[in-house]
Write a protein of this length. Structure first.
Lengths: 223, 260
């Protein structure tokens, strides 16, 4: 059973540059796949299409078994709530603590207190932010900010995690640490589709282009 | 609903940091509404007092040359009891249709028109003398107060929109991380733009409230005389229309904020 299925996906810019040209791949439930490509190869675009922010010009996308472009807004919103997203620039709130960040998101999404407390506990555990709850976002390092961003993406209910180039802004020494955090999240039953512009840290971590863990996008076709 | 109210509350908390700008914006909305009240409350035009004009029409002989007519006009104009002399061609209609070349002589109201007419009739080249009296109503022009109200309305409207967009832009800038987090969390635009519209609407309502307060204070402390009688007696509709108008002004500013 696939959590994400992309078939013959096509997208061209207004200038007619074909960024995604017949891209096909699948991410099994509880699977972990990296999409690797240079800047401008369509990594962020692919995630934005999966999030329903951009309409593709052709192909099919199934997210949790539903055809995204054809869903009504209401049905899409229900699916969208199960998809966590880590943007390229972490969406964290400065001036608030780690707990304050999570509380804001959960209250803004209307999650009831008991469920919110439960979701927060789980997110803090998975993102390895235990003991950091009362630290303010601006006091966190780049890697910790990324983990806070991960905790935000995981709450309240996340079945699929999309991460846009999460390794980009963290120090090389911290990349393996974050990859192990992601692996733990994946082992907890969450499907992960992440993008990266560099393949070396992934190879070190056991992902292989020959195996099912890495999808390569074409060379730089659009900026 | 609870979630939306929470998000609105969070945005309004940010707005408190821009309280000065919001106050200024609300004041400009109030000023725009007061200017509109003045504009619609004042009489549209003010006509000056009607005056009586006394004219003597001198029909000229067709034998007179242009030079002789000019000389004759200068001679009459030199008389102390004459205010003004002007020439009319046949076919002109002011102050009445002319059949021949005519000199129109205006005399002061207190002048003895009959005596002056008789004196004019004796001049060479004058074939007929007609004495005429008419009432002149000056053209109706907008009053200075009304022109001032139009200017104040234009300036305060532009000012309120400028301040509104600027204030909302600054507040939105302070809140853009929250907006991004909400958007990345899959919340609909209602959640990340709705609070800005609510804030704008509330500020518009605050402006309307200030406008009503200003009118009430006006009624209480300014003696109801002249122009104020007209303005301050309009209270029921200024309140009735002022509140939605303030709301619309606030929301209009929110629409003009770039939505990216």
């Amino acid at each position: 059973m696939l959590a994400i299925q992309v078939a013959e996906l096509r997208f061209a810019t207004e200038e007619g540059v074909l960024v995604l040209d017949g891209l096909s791949f699948g991410v099994p439930r509880e699977g972990f796949v990296w999409v690797v490509g240079p800047p401008g190869s369509g990594k962020t675009l692919l995630l934005r299409i999966l999030l329903g922010e951009v309409r593709p010009h052709g192909g099919q996308i199934l997210l949790l078994g539903r055809n995204i472009p054809r869903l009504s807004k209401k049905k899409f919103r229900a699916i969208r709530r199960k998809v966590g997203y880590i943007a390229e620039e972490p969406s964290v709130l400065p001036g608030r603590t780690v707990l304050g960040n999570l509380t804001f998101k959960l209250r803004a999404l209307g999650v009831r207190k008991e469920a919110a407390d439960e979701a927060m506990e789980r997110a803090l555990d998975l993102a390895q932010l235990r003991g950091q709850e009362s630290r303010r976002a601006e006091e966190l390092s780049a890697a910790e900010l990324l983990r806070l961003s991960l905790a935000l993406a995981l709450s309240p209910e996340c079945s699929v995690l999309l991460a846009d180039d999460p390794l980009r802004n963290i120090a090389p020494a911290e990349k393996d640490g974050f990859l192990s955090v992601l692996s733990r999240v994946n082992q907890a039953g969450i499907t992960i589709l992440a993008t990266s512009r560099e393949v070396a840290p992934l190879l070190r971590f056991g992902f292989s282009p020959e195996g099912r863990g890495v999808v390569f996008l074409r060379e730089n076709v659009a900026r | 609903m609870r979630a939306f109210l929470f998000v609105v509350g969070d945005f309004l908390r940010v707005c408190f940091r821009e309280a000065g700008m919001f106050g200024l914006w609300a004041a400009s909305v109030a000023l725009a509404l007061l200017s509109a009240v003045a504009l619609f409350g004042l009489p549209p035009y003010e006509a000056g007092p009607a005056t009586s004009q006394r004219l003597i029409l001198l029909t000229l002989s067709p034998l007179l040359s242009e030079a002789e007519i000019t000389r004759l006009a200068w001679t009459i104009w030199a008389w102390p009891e004459v205010l003004q002399v002007s020439f009319r061609f046949p076919g002109e209609t002011e102050p009445e249709p002319m059949g021949e070349r005519t000199l129109v002589v205006e005399v002061p109201p207190q002048a003895d028109r009959e005596a002056i007419g008789a004196k004019l009739g004796k001049l060479a080249g004058v074939t007929k003398v007609t004495v005429l009296e008419r009432t002149v109503v000056p053209p109706r022009v907008p009053s200075v107060a009304r022109i001032g109200a139009v200017a104040a309305l234009s300036v305060s409207l532009a000012g309120s929109l400028f301040l509104g967009v600027r204030t909302l832009r600054r507040s939105q800038k302070r809140w853009e991380r929250e907006q991004r987090l909400l958007r990345d969390s899959g919340a609909g635009p209602l959640f990340w733009w709705g609070p800005i519209f609510v804030g704008a609407g509330l500020c518009g309502l605050l402006g309307a409230g200030l406008h009503v307060l200003a009118l009430r204070l006006g009624v209480r402390f300014i003696p109801a005389e002249g122009i104020w009688t007209q303005l301050l007696s309009l209270e029921p509709w200024t309140v009735g229309l002022g509140i939605p108008a303030g709301l619309v002004l606030g929301l209009l500013a929110a629409f003009l904020v770039p939505h990216s």
